[in-house]
Design a protein around this ligand. Structure first.
Ligand code: BEZ
Length: 219
């Protein structure tokens, strides 16, 4: 069976977390949520990632995005580990819940299993997976990183901004886009419609094909 991917509804699992039991759909509510997994507690890259997520939490809150971490160890271990995470990243407070998954049921259903990592008992381990779930409970974007590569939280914020802009306007964001820069008008929008829905105007790139598909505007 192919794993959970963009466009799929996230399974409405009940999770054991550092904030008690959480059902994924209730947690997402009417906003967005980021569910991100880590190979294990008390591991170096994960400690830096969870601290950075905590430091960036106000940025996600501003955008109506809730955070939900996951590491396969138990809740008691997570609570002990949080002390290290906060000490390592000064000023960070891990205010988001961290789910446990000792039986690996959750990581299997959320396509978060690392095919190459096993713990000392041969159990499967989570990869560095991250799903951004929208108000319709569908996966809008996923990252799948191996345990050796820590994620860039600036990139996570950037893609949230892109997703939310595309959800609000008929636009997409070009390569290396940053908030404040021009966006492109979606290919499904005709020139006539573009004139109507983008009264601020748009610029068409002059391409050798003379096709007018690369149109930039500000929204
Ligand atoms: C880490 O978080 O540093 C890590 C965890 C599992 C395997 C490799 C690295």
């Amino acid at each position: 069976m192919p794993g959970l991917t963009i466009g799929d509804t996230i399974p409405d699992l009940e999770l054991e977390t550092t904030h008690g039991k959480i059902r994924i759909h209730d947690y997402v509510g009417d906003g967005y949520a980021i569910i991100f997994s880590h190979p294990g507690d008390f591991t170096p890259v994960c400690t830096t990632e969870l601290g950075k997520m905590a430091a960036y939490a106000p940025e996600f809150e501003k955008r109506g995005v809730k955070l939900l971490g996951l590491s396969c160890d138990g809740v008691h271990s997570h609570k002990e580990w949080i002390k290290d995470i906060e000490a390592y990243t000064p000023g960070s407070h891990v205010t988001y819940p961290i789910a446990a998954d000792p039986n690996r049921n959750v990581i299997k259903q959320l396509n978060m299993v690392d095919p190459d990592e096993k713990d000392s008992s041969g159990n499967q381990m989570p990869s560095r997976a991250l799903h951004i779930v929208g108000p319709d409970k569908k996966v809008k974007l996923s990252f799948l990183y191996p345990s050796s590569t820590g994620r860039n939280m600036d990139e996570v914020v950037r893609v949230v901004d892109s997703l939310q802009k595309a959800a609000k306007h008929k636009v997409a964001t070009p390569a290396n886009w940053k908030p404040g820069e021009k966006v492109v008008i979606s290919p499904s929008v005709s020139t006539e419609e573009a004139k109507r829905i983008f009264p601020q105007g748009f610029e068409v790139a002059d391409l050798p094909s003379k096709k007018d598909y690369l149109r930039f505007t500000n929204v």
